[in-house]
Design a protein around this ligand. Structure first.
Ligand SMILES: Cc1cc2nc3c(=O)[nH]c(=O)nc-3n(C[C@H](O)[C@H](O)[C@H](O)COP(=O)(O)O)c2cc1C
Length: 408
């Protein structure tokens, strides 16, 4: 499938499936356990319907919004995803450049295959460093200091990975990072010669943000093992407060799903809560994030910004989240698919398409700015018409109605 034939996020998923070896596609597409939450994240958007209010002046459309202190051209941030070079040699640098061109934020993962500094060199756009907390605060503070020195705008602490989720697609495919070929997987990789060529020519890749001080960041499996061993299993609010103070700028927590936690976050100096279930990759059976966001917005009561993450595939999804009260949305898999299929140009096109969808949707809603979208633009798909709501149909009323028609 050619890039010009991709017209929406789903098309990029199809294209990525055709280019990636199956174990790698499954690594991106997969979720935990039965993948119930992963599916629910997308499906739940259909529970809410948009209510346009026409006869408005929409000659100028303004999508700009300030989020985590960053001025975004439209309220989207590319979610942190690890090891982008595994999917395409353009990797994180290509994604960050595409994000800058689109005026959206980019969150660099701790597990990235590009360094904090390399991203700062290729992008002057809004940048967030995503932190996985390690049991060694020296390493945590060192990572924060690197982000500060490189001019990042915000930190995002991911708290929903204290243990690894159960991703059964990866267990079945036997995927290792970096990919190692066994007899079983050889055939699956051989079926994707384009990816194999790029992978072989792309050179060795590493995870330069998790190397212990002084160590060479070359052997990924050693680094990954070191990292898993050091992962902090007790992230306390006190630790959060210390990290917030050490950073001294906008600070987000990613992975909260409960209104009470958003209130606690506000009380501990956090600036934004990213409502997320890690794209359904961690605890299966949790709610779709779009179902949670309004209650969290209400509980936060303006003390923290609320960002929705998970299942966003359309500009209208962005609009539904904003209508609920979210400041912005994060997008994960769609841009990974676009990168995997076409490299940086793919991410550029995906963002152009999703921005156009958002802008068109806003105009068709009758709004000239993202700040005008509100809950008055939403209804529940299952909502019954108001006249039925007010006067439940009684048995005699139905009988009378039937008589009326049989009399004619
Ligand atoms: C391949 C992949 C790698 C990911 N790696 C990270 C990561 O390193 N850190 C993190 O906080 N979240 C990570 N996530 C979760 C995303 O940041 C985001 O929460 C999720 O993809 C949102 O759901 P969506 O894919 O439906 O948009 C990863 C997701 C995917 C698909």
């Amino acid at each position: 499938m050619a890039l010009r034939h991709c017209h929406n996020a789903s098309d990029f998923e199809v294209a990525a499936r055709r280019r990636l070896p199956k174990p790698l596609f499954d690594y991106v597409a997969g979720g935990a356990d039965d993948e119930t939450t992963k599916r629910a994240n997308v499906a739940a958007f259909d529970r809410y319907q948009l209510v346009p209010r026409y006869l408005q002046d929409i000659r100028e459309i303004d999508l700009r919004r300030t989020v985590l202190g960053c001025e975004l051209a439209w309220p989207v941030i590319l979610a942190p995803t690890g090891m982008s070079r595994m999917f395409h040699p353009d990797g994180e640098c290509g994604v960050a450049s595409a994000a800058e061109a689109a005026g959206v934020g980019y969150a660099l993962s701790t597990m990235a295959s590009a360094s904090i500094e390399a991203i700062a060199q290729v992008s002057r756009g809004p940048k967030i460093y995503q932190l996985y907390l390690l049991a060694d605060d020296g390493l945590n503070f060192a990572a924060i200091d690197r982000a500060k020195a490189a001019g990042y705008d915000a930190i995002c602490l991911t708290v929903d990975t204290v243990v690894a989720g159960n991703r059964e697609r990866d267990l079945r495919s036997g995927l290792t990072i970096p990919p190692r070929l066994g007899i079983g997987s050889l055939l699956q990789f051989a079926r994707r010669p384009g990816w194999c060529r790029d992978h072989l020519l792309g050179g060795k890749f590493s995870m330069p943000n998790i190397a212990p001080p002084g160590a060479a960041a070359t052997d990924i499996s050693t680094l990954a093992a070191f990292f898993a061993q050091k992962m902090e299993r007790h992230i306390s609010w006190l630790r959060v407060q210390q990290l917030v103070r050490h950073w001294g700028g906008p600070f987000a927590i990613k992975g909260l799903q409960c209104a009470a936690d958003a209130v606690l976050a506000a009380g501990h100096g956090v600036s934004a809560v990213i409502v997320s279930n890690h794209g359904g990759r961690q605890l299966d059976g949790t709610a779709a994030t779009i179902d949670l966001v309004a209650d969290i917005v209400d509980a936060a009561d303006g003390r923290v910004e609320v960002i929705l993450d998970g299942g966003v595939r359309r500009g209208t999804h962005v609009l539904k989240a904003l209508a609920m009260g979210a400041r912005a949305c994060m997008i994960g898999r769609p841009y990974v698919y676009a990168l995997a299929a076409f490299g940086q140009p793919g991410v550029v096109r995906l963002l152009e398409l999703m921005r156009a969808e958002t802008e068109r949707g806003l105009a068709l809603l009758g709004c000239s700015s993202v700040d005008q979208v509100g809950r008055r633009h939403l209804r529940l798909a299952a909502q019954v018409p108001a006249f039925l709501d007010e006067r439940p149909i009684s048995e005699p009323a139905i009988a009378q109605h039937q008589m009326h028609w049989t009399d004619r």
